[in-house]
Design a protein around this ligand. Structure first.
Ligand code: FAD
Length: 366
């Protein structure tokens, strides 16, 4: 099989690594270079959770990703994650926390459920709402996203993949069994294509605009008011409707925060956005800081825009293109894909080869 992977970002790099390892003839196309921070993988940290709040169907995918992160670390010699433990917090009666509580009870990893009072005592850095509960995810932690993409791409190249950097694919067309990829005026034919163009999906496939929405997601970094406030802080996620997540610097000198979909902005594509963060978006961080991390300074020392593709349901689109059966599209990771990326890479590779995925994906189409 001669296979192209279009977009060597979070998902594409993992697909490329899987296919190259298996000895296939694979070529990756990337507008920038693997490990860049212009799309969905920027900002130095991502939360790794074994407790899934969105759907129990993600648990085996995250568990498989856990194995593959370890393999990628062993193969590359790089530390891609720090397993610190992580917290999931939110209203005890909300659907996401109900899903998380069931996941914690069924988990093969160490977990603990803390009442509001227990949580305030053990994790005093965090403010809580009256009906909140906290779940400690003992195998949660922090992923280094740019390094992970770069490592997967480098391992793919080590196994013989070719990566075309600074190469923007303008069109993908299928005629019979052949798929033609055209990048910067040069066309090449493949048996199969895996397209993982992230927030550029609707530029490449305008016909999928009904299925996917591109959004700007803002990250903002804060110093603590007093030294020591972040010394023992764990990465965390507050679930909807008060969605906030946070990741500390490794030296605990600052904390990165992100907000939920009220603060996310629909955009046509990353190419058409002024990446400076508008003040009205930054203002939304101030009330989150006051309420949930009152030991942080109110104003960020840094902020940045990243771009992600969303589906209306939040379940990713990982299947053939609606009109081109030889093109597997991987998009719509809806703000939660990084932790599972190596497993989705394996799934994308299997689909490209015409094999069934190793985990049940039927819930994605529910
Ligand atoms: C700010 C932010 C915070 C997040 N936090 C978390 C978290 O804590 N935990 C978690 O699990 N998930 C998190 N996510 C979600 C996760 O990061 C994304 O789901 C994941 O990175 C999506 O990967 P992707 O491959 O779809 O996109 P990308 O990583 O952006 O990859 C797409 C790639 O395709 C390339 N490309 C696009 N078009 C073309 C073309 N025409 N030709 C060639 N190349 C092309 C792009 O340059 C890019 O490299 C977060 C997302 C964001 C934005």
């Amino acid at each position: 099989m001669k296979i192209a992977v279009v977009g060597v970002g979070t998902m594409g790099a993992q697909v490329l690594w899987q296919l190259a390892q298996q000895g296939h003839d694979v070529t990756g196309y990337e507008i920038f270079s693997p490990g860049h921070s212009n799309g969905a993988a920027g900002g130095e940290t991502r939360l790794f959770r074994t407790i899934q709040v969105e759907d129990p169907g993600y648990t085996p995918i995250a568990d498989r990703a856990d194995d593959l992160y370890r393999k990628l670390e062993a193969d590359s010699g790089l530390q891609l994650r720090e397993i610190t433990g992580a917290l999931v917090m939110g209203d005890a009666d909300s659907p996401d926390i109900q899903t998380a509580l069931r996941a914690a009870e069924a988990s093969a990893h160490p977990t603990r459920i803390l009442s509001r009072e227990e949580s305030l005592k053990e994790f005093p850095e965090f403010g809580l709402d009256p009906n909140d509960v906290t779940i400690w995810d003992g195998h949660g932690g922090i992923i280094k996203p740019e390094l992970t993409v770069s490592a997967a791409a480098a391992q793919a190249e080590r196994h013989g993949a070719e990566i075309r950097r600074s190469a923007r694919v303008n069109s993908i067309e299928q005629a019979g069994d052949t798929v033609t990829v055209t990048a910067d005026g040069r066309s090449e034919s493949y048996d199969r294509v895996v397209a993982a163009p992230g927030a550029w999906t609707n530029v490449l496939f305008p016909e999928m605009a009904e299925l996917l929405q591109m959004r700007r997601l803002v990250s903002a970094w804060f110093f603590p008011k007093n030294l020591g406030y972040l010394d023992k802080v764990l990465p965390f996620l507050r679930t909807k409707p008060t969605y906030v997540y946070g990741l500390p610097y490794a030296d605990r000198s600052a904390m990165k925060l992100g907000l939920g979909s009220d603060a996310d902005q629909a955009v046509p594509s990353p190419d058409e956005v002024d990446v400076r963060v508008p003040q009205n978006l930054l203002d939304q961080f101030i009330s989150a800081v006051e309420r949930y991390m009152p030991g942080l300074q109110l104003h960020p020392m840094r902020s940045a825009s990243y771009f992600e593709s969303f589906t209306p349901t939040g379940y990713e689109y990982v299947r053939a293109h609606p009109e081109m059966p030889g093109v597997i599209v991987m998009a719509g990771f809806s703000g939660h894909g990084f932790k599972m990326a190596p497993a989705f890479g394996e799934i994308g590779a299997a689909l490209a080869l015409g094999e069934g995925p190793s985990v049940d994906l039927s819930f994605l189409e529910a």
